[in-house]
Ligand binder design. Structure first.
Ligand code: FAD
Length: 144
C-alpha cells in the first residue's frame, strides 16, 4: 500500500473560446507528462461546458497539481467537491484518462447522469467519481 494517498474531486467551467478539443489535447499532453512524473493519476471529464476531474496520488503531489490547475485561465469557477485520504487508487492505470466527449461516452453519460441534467456542476463528489470511473473502465475495455 502506498503511504499518504489522497483523492481530490473538483469541477469547473470551460473558458476556452471556440472549439475546446484542440486545447484539451494540449492540457492532456501536459497532464500526462507532469502527472506521470509526480505519481498522480486520475480522469478528466469534459461535458456541457464543464470540466470534472479526479486527481489521486501522494497528498503533496495532488495539492501541488491542483494549485497549478486552479491558476489556469482555460477554466474558471473551480469548485472543490472532495479531498480525502484513500487506501488505494481507483485510476492506477491512467496518468489522466479523458472521458465524456465521444458519442459513446455521451450516451453512457446520459444514462448515468440524467438526474443532474448532465451537468457536472450539479453532481456530488461521489456521483462524479462513479461516472468518471465507469467511463474510464469502459474506455479501457474498448481499447483492449
Ligand atoms: P507545458 O506543458 O509546457 O505547457 C503546454 C502548453 O500549454 C504551452 O503551449 C503553454 O503555453 C500552454 N499553457 C500552459 N499553461 C497554460 C495556462 N495556464 N493557460 C493557457 N495556456 C497554458 N496539468 C497537470 O500537470 N496535471 C493535470 O492533471 C492537469 N489537469 C488540468 C485540467 C484542466 C481542466 C485544465 C484547464 C488544466 C489542467 N492542467 C493539468 C494544466 C495545468 O493547469 C498547467 O497548464 C500545466 O500543468 C502546466 O504544465 P507545464 O508547466 O509543464 O506547461
Amino acid at each position: 500500500m502506498e503511504l499518504s494517498l489522497a483523492r481530490l474531486v473538483y469541477y469547473s467551467r470551460n473558458r476556452i473560446a471556440g472549439d475546446a478539443l484542440p486545447e484539451i489535447d494540449a492540457i492532456l499532453a501536459s497532464s500526462r507528462r507532469n502527472n506521470a512524473g509526480a505519481g498522480v493519476t486520475g480522469a478528466l471529464l469534459f461535458n456541457m461546458g464543464c470540466f470534472g476531474q479526479i486527481l489521486e496520488g501522494p497528498r503533496r503531489a495532488v495539492e501541488a497539481t491542483f494549485e497549478r490547475i486552479q491558476r489556469d485561465e482555460r477554466h474558471g469557477e473551480v469548485s472543490l467537491l472532495d479531498f480525502q485520504g484513500i487506501d488505494e487508487r481507483a485510476f492506477s492505470n491512467w496518468s489522466m484518462a479523458f472521458v465524456g466527449s465521444s458519442k459513446l461516452d455521451e450516451d453512457r453519460f446520459a444514462d448515468i447522469a440524467g438526474q443532474s441534467g448532465f451537468d457536472p456542476s450539479r453532481m456530488s463528489a461521489d456521483s462524479l467519481f462513479e461516472i468518471l470511473h465507469s467511463l474510464a473502465l469502459e474506455e479501457e475495455r474498448r481499447s483492449d
